[in-house]
Design a protein around this ligand. Structure first.
Ligand SMILES: *[C@@H]1O[C@H](CO)[C@@H](O)[C@H](O)[C@H]1NC(C)=O
Ligand SMILES: *[C@@H]1O[C@H](CO)[C@@H](O)[C@H](O)[C@H]1NC(C)=O
Ligand SMILES: *[C@@H]1O[C@H](CO)[C@@H](O)[C@H](O)[C@H]1NC(C)=O
Length: 304
């Protein structure tokens, strides 16, 4: 945001802190509803104090209640009811618009950042050359859906998971495809500028992308996805797995049985979309005679 006159005051906390952050700033964008305001408050404070620019994508139409937070006027608020973070990102994070940011964090709201240090995270992904990454999930406190996202206690980062079994179809050192390697989950992705430009073009503006986009992300890794995509163990978060957009919380469900849970509808829509997306992908590949798919087998069979 710009001052209308005088010297531009770049970000909220810079003057308070007198700290020496890197000169490129980074962007933290998060889809929020008022029900998670406590978690969001902690995230926003942490990222502002690390000199990030912060954008809130409000999907529940509630804006006034955020004004109680002293940081409210120092973040960018965008509101559209019942839209996913990919919908917002496609419309408000155009690569040219966000070109000044080194890294784009595009997160869900149900994450705990108590042990997370944004600036340390950025310095790790920079030195490790991770173009697409996520912080590891604290195993004890998190809802972990995929082994690769769980925190390894002894490593700084990891780029693959080892999971025996599954009828000989597990992940091992020779796996070359998601979800064994070259892959992260989509609740807390972090993109380099170049990776974001690629991902932005992949997002379809007529699809909600509740999920399914993740399998394609390796194509945006700016090189070998088994090297440039990874999970940071040294800086980790908690994934609470709370029902957010498209869901309702349990208290509400038990006190009012008439409330319809829309998660099943969202899931159904997502399957339909996944099919549409795959068809478009195949068509694009067929039409582009100059492009050879580097990953003929995009997914390790039977694992997802
Ligand atoms: C900030 O950077 C300046 C110049 O590079 C240096 O003199 C100063 O000690 C640094 N301050 C802190 C708090 O690191
Ligand atoms: C996680 O739980 C294990 C076993 O209960 C415990 O030993 C470990 O210290 C816990 N780790 C964290 C980070 O709380
Ligand atoms: C948004 O979704 C909720 C339930 O998920 C629904 O009750 C509400 O009518 C929707 N609002 C709009 C404007 O579509």
């Amino acid at each position: 945001m710009r001052a209308l006159w005088g010297t531009p005051k770049a970000t909220y906390y810079r003057d308070l802190q007198q700290s020496n952050m890197s000169s490129t700033s980074n962007l933290f964008a998060v889809a929020v509803g008022i029900k998670q305001k406590d978690l969001v408050n902690r995230m926003v404070k942490k990222f502002l104090s690390s000199n990030f620019v912060v954008m809130l994508f409000h999907y529940d139409g509630v804006l006034n209640e955020w004004r109680d937070f002293e940081w409210s006027d120092h973040v960018i608020h965008i509101s559209a009811v019942n839209q996913t973070k990919w919908w917002f990102a496609k419309r408000f994070l155009h690569p040219e618009i966000v070109a000044e940011y080194g890294y784009i964090f595009l997160w869900d709201e149900d994450l705990g950042v108590e042990e997370f240090h944004p600036e340390r995270y950025v310095s790790i992904i920079k030195s490790e050359g991770l173009e697409i990454s996520q912080p590891a999930l604290d195993r004890n406190k998190s809802e972990v859906h995929h082994q690769i996202t769980a925190r390894g206690r002894r490593s700084k980062v990891h780029r693959r998971t080892y999971k025996p079994g599954n009828g000989g179809k597990g992940c091992d050192g020779s796996s070359t495809a998601p979800p064994c390697t070259g892959w992260i989950e989509m609740m807390a992705p972090v993109f380099s500028k170049a990776a974001w430009r690629c991902v932005w073009y992949m997002i379809q503006n007529d699809l909600i992308h509740a999920w399914g986009l993740d399998m394609q992300l390796g194509y945006c890794a700016q090189g070998d996805r088994t090297k440039n995509v990874g999970v940071v163990d040294a800086e980790y978060i908690v994934h609470y797995g709370r029902p957010t957009l498209g869901g309702i919380d349990k208290n509400e469900a038990s006190s009012n049985t008439r409330v319809k849970d829309h998660r099943a509808d969202v899931r159904r829509q997502s399957y339909i979309e996944l099919d549409v997306f795959r068809k478009r992908w195949r068509k694009a590949v067929e039409e582009d005679k100059c492009w050879i798919d580097p990953y003929q087998q995009p997914v390790e069979k039977g694992l997802l």
